[in-house]
Design a protein around this ligand. Structure first.
Ligand SMILES: *Cc1c(COP(=O)(O)O)cnc(C)c1O
Length: 493
């Protein structure tokens, strides 16, 4: 299968799309068509394990990889998880939680980022590239550590992670700062995620920067969800959840289900939409935002407007105003009209906003609904959910549950619904402990222990191990100096 840019540039192979990360014209790669899953395909997947399902689904898009090769990569990637990568847990008659946080860094980003290095390594060979790869990652907290765990010590690869120094949780920051690996660079910035993402995109779009890296022997690539190689592994868990529910007769063949997805850069929920485009019986995709609710406004008014205050919340991985992957949805809303997408993206770049006729959205993507949760609502949801179900939500997942509750109040919909749970509550121990106990414990590891005693839930070993590790990467720079700081990592040698 070929991949095309949302801004019109012509087709490339899957390997090239994954290596480049972003198209030359600044657009995002999308598959030239959506392969179809039949009822029989879904039924056949019931007996498969997660890695087999992944190889089968990813193979439908990455036709330049063999299924045996993909299965080998998927087995290696998902062996790093503590148990199943995407277990679905029923909490009441209609609500299910899909837990995506059992990977090495305790967030759903691991699902794609344990696999991406294998896909990229193979792409290098397939494309006959002799350059080393430089992975540039902007992170709102979870992608950075997940990318480091995926790419550390990978031959011929260097990784630079850029994160908002004051915009991530204490434990997220420590996870990144204590990373070992001989090819890892971690850069804090005095800015927010959007500043980090814009800097990365600017470097990708700068012929001068690219030439400078080329002279150093590097080709740039991205591990953000702008990279197709990040999105395709995420399609798998939507299908896998459905197949699991089918396998234990929670749903009948062909029955539609809803997904509720805590959303920031719009990668995760977009993967759910792609699963639907492949034929997965999905009714609604509920986009859940925190008070940085640009997407809620977009889906309810048609206006996408970043000219608003940026809020720091207890769900920092969703503190984003520029949701890059929405560009891929616009491409579908406008029947793959790249000229229209370019117009909207120019308007976003120049004016920080664009508008789409609301009827166009309702007409083309009626499955999307959007809600947002304010901080009090998120906190109360963590507390209530724990009281009611004895289940501890992280703040991102709580945003999703609170949004789902609003949806239920509004519609009374009885469709079975899967809430996508994106992180372990222990990554956000301070806020989660405060939500359930009403008490403040500012020291992160004391908060972890108190959360454990209060809820009798298990502390993930990746969190307890952090306590004895020393930060290695402590650089913090001004936004204007990001590019300079990155070059300094490589040109000093
Ligand atoms: C990244 C992240 C999200 C948002 O996912 P997008 O693909 O950016 O929409 C939600 N929750 C957590 C915990 C995350 O790390």
């Amino acid at each position: 299968m070929d991949f095309i840019s949302t801004r019109g540039l012509g087709a490339v192979s899957a390997g090239t799309a994954i290596l480049k990360g972003i198209a030359e014209d600044g657009g995002l790669y999308v598959p030239s068509f959506f392969p179809k899953l039949s009822k029989e395909d879904l039924r056949n997947m019931v007996a498969m394990d997660y890695a087999e399902r992944a190889a089968c689904i990813i193979g439908m898009f990455l036709s330049d990889y063999s299924e045996a090769e993909l299965l080998d990569y998927a087995r290696k990637a998902y062996a790093r998880f503590d148990g199943e990568p995407a277990p679905v847990i029923g909490v009441d008659e209609t609500t299910y939680i899909m837990e995506l946080f059992h990977g090495p860094t305790l967030a759903f980003k691991d699902i794609a980022l344990t696999l991406l290095p294998h896909l990229m390594g193979a792409a290098h060979k397939k494309c006959g590239s002799d350059k080393k790869t430089l992975i540039l990652v902007a992170t709102s907290g979870d992608t950075g550590k997940a990318a480091i765990e995926g790419f550390k010590n990978v031959d011929g690869t260097e990784i630079v992670v850029i994160y908002p120094s004051e915009g991530v949780s204490a434990l997220q920051k420590l996870q990144m700062q204590t990373s070992n690996g001989n090819n890892v660079h971690v850069l804090g910035i005095k800015g927010n995620f959007d500043d980090a993402q814009s800097a990365v995109k600017r470097i990708f779009n700068s012929a001068e920067a690219k030439a400078r890296f080329e002279k150093l022997g590097y080709a740039l690539s991205s591990a953000n969800s702008i990279n197709w190689g990040r999105l395709v592994p995420q399609i798998v868990y939507y299908i896998s959840a459905y197949v699991d529910m089918l396998g234990c007769d929670e749903i009948a063949e062909g029955e539609e289900i809803n997904f509720v997805v805590p959303t920031g850069n719009f990668g995760d929920v977009l993967a759910g939409y792609y699963a639907k485009k492949m034929g997965l019986p999905v009714s609604k995709l509920i986009v859940a935002s925190n008070i940085n609710n640009v997407l809620t406004e977009f889906f309810t008014t048609g206006k996408y407007d970043t000219n608003r205050p940026f809020h720091k919340t207890m769900s920092p991985s969703m503190d984003i105003l520029i949701s890059s992957n929405l560009e891929r949805l616009l491409f579908e809303i406008f029947d793959r009209d790249a000229t229209k997408v370019r117009e909207l993206m120019d308007s976003l770049k120049n004016d920080g906003e664009y508008s789409v006729d609301l009827d166009e959205i309702f007409d083309k993507v009626p499955e999307f609904l959007a809600y947002s949760s304010d901080e009090d609502g998120t906190e109360a949801t963590i507390d209530n959910f724990f009281e009611t179900y004895d289940y501890l939500l992280d703040p991102h997942t709580a945003v999703a549950v609170n949004s789902y509750n609003d949806y239920l109040t509004e519609t009374g919909d009885q469709t079975k619904t899967v809430v996508v749970s994106t992180a372990s509550p222990y990554k956000f121990a301070h806020d989660v402990y405060e939500a359930v106990s009403g008490k403040d414990e500012p020291e992160p590891f004391r908060a972890v222990k108190k959360l454990h005693s209060y809820t009798m839930t298990a502390i993930p070993k990746e969190i307890s191990e952090l306590e004895t590790m020393d930060p290695i990467h402590t650089d913090v720079v001004e936004v204007k100096d990001i590019e300079k700081a990155i070059f300094a990592y490589f040109e000093k040698e």
